[in-house]
Design a protein around this ligand. Structure first.
Ligand code: AMP
Length: 182
């Protein structure tokens, strides 16, 4: 790995905070707010996403961000790449005709939704979020995009919680994380 890249990753990692037992007992909550508060850390994060995607894919039509923390990184990245940004939101937030996909939570179900005209068949997208835990939310977003006949090239996140096997659950869609935690 290039020295420059390692230094950027170490710097980003040093900003992250962990809150035990939030929002409920037994959850180790990883807080990405300090990245946003620090322009250097945020710039490095977008640099690394940009470098990775430019290296790996010759053409991406859109970056798709997940509600809500995917919205913090996605528009900055799509601006760098000179492509559009699309929102996948929790149900009931978007105006006009929408398409949705439901997924299981620990108790009950939830739904993700996007505007029906957001992507065109055959378009290539990369989905972004702050963190992958079980992969349930990213998986639902992938299904939603595939329903619209878009091609999901990859899911990309700042943080991956390895022990929850999110990447395994996303197969065959590749998951790229800047920082992986055990
Ligand atoms: P999952 O669907 O289980 O992969 O959960 C992913 C979503 O929940 C992401 O949008 C995260 O922002 C949030 N999330 C899940 N677990 C954590 C955690 N331990 N720390 C911070 N955010 C989390």
């Amino acid at each position: 790995m290039q020295e420059n890249k390692i230094a950027k990753l170490q710097y980003i990692r040093s900003t992250l905070r962990n809150f035990p037992d939030f929002p409920s007992k037994g959850i180790q909550f990883w807080d990405v707010c300090p990245i946003l508060k620090d322009p250097k850390a945020l710039g490095y994060t977008i640099d690394l996403f940009e470098e990775h995607l430019k290296e790996k894919f010759s053409k991406i039509d859109h970056i798709v961000g997940l509600d809500a923390r995917g919205f913090l990184f996605g528009p900055l990245l799509s601006q760098r790449l000179g492509i559009g940004f699309i929102l996948v939101r929790k149900k009931g937030k978007l105006p006009g005709p929408t398409v949705s996909c439901s997924y299981a939570l620990e108790y009950g179900t939830a739904e993700v939704e996007m505007q029906a005209d957001a992507v065109e068949p055959g378009q290539k997208v990369v989905i972004i979020d702050d963190l992958i835990a079980t992969g349930g939310t990213l998986n639902a977003a992938c299904r939603l995009l595939r329903q619209q006949n878009a091609e999901v090239l990859e899911c990309t996140v700042v943080l991956e919680l390895k022990e929850l096997n999110g990447s395994e659950n996303m197969k065959p869609v590749p998951v790229h994380s800047l920082i992986s935690l055990n």
